[in-house]
Design a protein around this ligand. Sequence first.
Ligand code: SF4
Length: 268
Amino acid sequence: MPRREWTDIEVEELSLKFEVEPAEELLRWAVETFYPNVALAFSGQMEDVVLLDIMHRVAPGRVRAFMIDTGRLPEEIYELVEEVRRRYRVDLEVYYPDNAKVEEMVRLYGPNLFYGGPQYRLLCCRVRKVDVLKRVLSGLDAWITGLRRDQFPTRAITRKVQIDHDNFGILKLAPICDWTFEDVANYVRERGLPYCRLYDQGYTSIGCAPCTRPTFVATGNITAEELRKGRWWWERGTPKECGIHCSLEAGTFERHMETMFKLRISKD
Ligand code: SF4
């Protein structure tokens, strides 16, 4: 069946409706409307566990979640995945980058190319994450993310329901985008949910091992910049984004792609 084409007006109405409702309502609607073609993107953040927990409550037995294994993830994420699989009895779908692309990239630029500059880092993120995500989303009608507005300035305009223009025009849902870091941490603590133990070591965002370090920021005083400053910490003045959530409207994605395409990597 051809995928539904959403109009801006339809999506704006949905976004306004769910803006004033709890995350449970948007997730319930998403599963009722799209299952099995809707899935949560799980990357090991506390936000992802919160969403998984809510989905498990409002739509037991109809929860789909996927993660992208970049090949450079810290061991602590795999430990969390095992815990989550056990607790929620969910078959977390794991997807991997294209072997040939990774091999070509590493042959040309080395395994740690990301330290060579933003264009190399974006190339690595594209090959190991963005291209994989696109493959996963090609089979979905909607996807769910743990994006929050106060995570970084590039995320401040996140809507709860939006059209994903970068990915086939499917719906991109961000049910807890209006939560703060404290809200998320409190939900996890109060319900005794599993979380990545890197948070206990001063991390405030979880990502690939070579590209993420602890921030040691106290959660009570945290600002958007501080929250993700442990990601690609060696870069100065570049958005702390891998390309998955860069807004087309803001032009960030195109600017990054332009730089990246000057490299010699082969394209689809
Ligand atoms: S976060 Fe680092 S290792 Fe992971 S895909 Fe991006 S550049 Fe590569």
